[in-house]
Design a protein. Structure first.
Lengths: 477, 253
């Protein structure tokens, strides 16, 4: 009876919670180094210089800049006209600390204060000794459990990964998402900073999730984390990233690149819940290469931001590879969540499953944009896509753009889409049991998200519920 | 405790802009008693139940609903529930993804002052007792609210919630409809378990059948939006034999 022992921990935490703009604050900015605004060769040379990078990385960055300049932003999808690179700092390095620290005490007090006020979980108390936190554009707090180290697990910020494990790094970096892939991947390749570098050796299982918690805390900051995750054959682990950004005044830009290599028979899971402040353009490329018998799962929660474009992908390149995407999007007033997935079946007996849940409120708009592709020769591939949209009122909007390309007759493809509106009958029913209107609505929304949320570790599910509750403020009436 | 009643006084209601459905309902259910409300299709019984619970799709044009002397018509549905009212729905909705146990704990705590939330053990015991009273398996508590429930299971769930939430007054809206005889017995067993000096109940039904298992203290008969007569439990039997036309003629309605 797990349901009874854990009866609704979120309700307790939600109770008495102040429904103020909890995330609307910033601490004073003290910077060690901040690049000039805008994106150009000079900025990139400085980034590489400060990071003391090898020559090949500087060359890689400069080439990526050329590619970005040639490509230009995409002509499809959401409106990106408000995004102006001239107003963005592409590199900021925080005060006082250089590189990572090993203990919570070493983290600057103002950073800890920010974490505390954000309600970032008792990260350091729990089994989260391996927490990596990104403050501004750089990791400042990073520790790995000793037992993992003994097993040979590498969990570092990406800059340290490059320095300390150059061979592994160079072998895999940019192999899944080259700068040529898309404009934002090219921009990220040119200016990337921070992110996580994970390597789990052959046959190693990591029981406790590897977690990174990072945040933005300055105006017009570009945040370009670059995460590289490698699961060697037979390894098994879960990487989690949460992100709650404070509010700023001017349009801000986040463009991460996440590359994952799941080698033969490995089981890799990547979960993220992101809550960007409402002026952020959140344009992320995340993709996994999934080898024979391996299983890759993306759990992707998108809240906040002005525009999000994010399509976690699995390239199923080995026989019997399995890919999974569970995604949640919440589009509040003025927001556009353009999220989805790509499942590329390039080998026989590959399977994939997508469950997408979106919620739109007011002038918010959510879109599901998904691709399922079955290559010739990928015999007996199976794919199932389910996208459900919930509209909280009569104004909100949702769209579905499914693309399916099948080049093999033996493929088995399922696609199901539903749109529903927050139901007055359900609200009345729950209220007739004593729940206030906003509680009833929040409960219905939580139930709608439950198939995805229950895949999250408890503290993240609680955090997700709290964020949704905040997003739903003002939707009563 | 003379006002320990649920009293409906001269209640008039309609769908906004539509014809009247209730045309002056008068009815009193004292706490501690179980009453039956019978009447033909379309007489307004279910409308009455929903209006008492606070369904906003109806417009009350006159009258009062007095919960122990306080008119609740100005209250929101959740405020009425917290004041002690309960409606067992004729067609309970499904709320996907919402576990029954979680939901009931939220609902229970909504009735309690802040800081006095029910303890896990107390809550668990309450659930167990309720589940047992309905010959149900505990695994039901892990299921989501009415998701994939049969019609009979939904009705049972309504009584389960009643047993856990312990309202002062409950209206059961055709809780017997669509039940086979075994399911009917189980539901009746649940309602009988709730009976006691602190519980008042109004059972809406078409058929006398239910009343074999839950013997009412009193029977009200509703026709064309009004309670036209009331009597002892024998009235239900007579109705069953002679039909509603007979009552109509009797009272000259």
């Amino acid at each position: 009876m797990s349901d009874l022992t854990n009866v609704n921990p979120d309700a307790e935490k939600l109770q008495g919670m102040e429904h103020t703009k909890q995330y609307d604050f910033r601490l004073p900015e003290e910077y060690f180094y901040r690049s000039e605004k805008g994106l150009n060769k000079r900025v990139i040379e400085k980034i590489s210089y400060f990071k003391e990078e090898p020559e090949w990385m500087l060359k890689f960055r400069l080439k990526a800049l050329e590619i970005a300049e040639k490509k230009g932003p995409p002509k499809w999808g959401p409106d990106l006209s408000g995004l102006n690179f001239e107003n963005i700092y592409f590199y900021i390095r925080p005060n006082e600390h250089k590189g990572t620290v090993d203990s919570w005490e070493e983290v600057p007090e103002d950073v800890r204060e920010t974490y505390r006020r954000l309600g970032v979980p008792e990260a350091e108390q729990r089994a989260l000794a391996g927490v990596g936190a990104q403050y501004e554009s750089e990791m400042v707090y990073h520790k790995l459990k000793e037992e993992w180290e003994k097993k040979g697990v590498i969990f570092l910020d990406t800059d340290s990964g490059l320095k300390e494990h150059p061979e592994i790094f160079k072998e895999y970096f940019s192999t899944v998402i080259p700068p040529e892939d898309n404009y934002f991947a090219a921009v990220n390749s040119a200016v990337w900073s921070g992110g996580s570098f994970v390597y789990v050796p052959e046959g190693v299982e990591v029981g406790v999730p590897l977690q990174a918690y990072f945040l933005l805390n300055a105006q017009s900051i570009g945040q370009f984390e670059r995460t590289l995750i490698i699961g060697a054959p037979g390894s098994k682990f879960h990487y989690i990233e949460g992100c709650t950004a404070p509010a700023y005044n001017t349009d801000s830009f986040h463009s991460g690149v996440i590359e994952i290599i799941a080698q033969d028979n490995s089981q890799v899971r990547y979960s993220t819940i992101q809550n960007w402040s409402h002026n952020v353009y959140n344009l992320v490329t995340q993709r996994a290469l999934v080898h024979a018998g391996a299983s890759m799962g993306w759990l992707d929660g998108n809240l906040g931001s002005k525009v999000t474009m994010k399509y976690p992908s699995c390239y199923l390149v080995g026989e019997r590879a399995h890919g999974e995407v569970l995604s949640i999007a919440f589009a509040g007033d003025g927001q556009h969540q353009d999220a989805g997935s790509k499942m590329i079946h390039a080998a026989p007996h590959t399977t994939s499953s997508v469950v997408s849940k979106s919620i739109s409120k007011g002038t918010g708009r959510s879109s599901y944009r998904g691709l399922v592709q079955i290559y010739e020769g990928a015999d007996y591939a199976r794919s199932n896509v389910e996208c459900d949209a919930l509209l909280l009122d009569d104004v909100a909007r949702t769209d579905t753009y499914p693309y399916i390309e099948i080049n093999e007759k033996t493929a088995h493809i399922g696609h199901e889409a539903t749109v529903s509106k927050l139901d007055d009958e359900q609200i009345f029913y729950l209220m007739s049991r004593g729940l206030a209107q906003h509680e009833a609505m929040a409960l219905i929304v939580r139930g709608f998200l439950d198939p995805v949320a229950k895949e999250l570790p408890l503290e993240y599910a609680v955090e997700l519920n709290r964020l949704i509750e905040l997003e739903m403020e003002g939707s009563v009436g | 405790m003379s006002n320990a009643t649920l009293e409906i006084r001269n209640l008039h209601a309609r769908i906004p802009g539509g014809e009247p459905i209730l045309r002056g309902v008068d009815l009193v259910v004292p706490r501690g008693e179980v009453h039956a409300l019978m009447g033909p299709n379309g007489s307004g019984k279910s409308t009455l139940a929903k209006i008492v619970a606070g369904d906003a799709s109806y417009e009350v044009t006159d009258g009062q609903v007095l919960l122990e002397g306080e008119d609740v018509l100005g209250l929101a549905p959740d405020e009425r529930a917290r004041a002690g009212l309960y409606l067992a729905f004729q067609y309970p909705v499904e709320v996907p993804g919402v576990g029954i146990a979680n939901f009931l704990r939220l609902a229970l705590n909504a009735r309690r002052p802040e800081g006095e939330e029910i303890g896990v053990m107390d809550f668990y015991q309450k659930l167990q007792t309720a589940v047992k009273a309905l010959d149900w398996d505990e695994s039901i508590l892990e299921r989501n609210l009415h998701e994939g429930f049969s019609g009979g299971e939904k009705k049972r769930s309504e009584i389960l919630q009643l047993l856990v939430l312990e309202p002062k007054y409950a209206i059961l809206d055709e809780t017997d409809s669509g039940l086979d005889i075994d399911a009917l017995k189980v539901v009746a067993q649940g309602v009988n378990a709730a009976r006691g000096p602190d519980f008042g109940c109004l059972m809406i039904t078409h058929y006398q059948r239910l009343l074999n298992y839950i013997v009412p203290d009193r029977v009200h008969v509703m026709v064309d939006g009004r309670v036209i007569t009331e009597g002892e439990k024998e009235l239900a039997m007579e109705l069953d034999q002679k039909g509603y036309e007979w009552v109509r003629e009797q009272v000259g309605a």
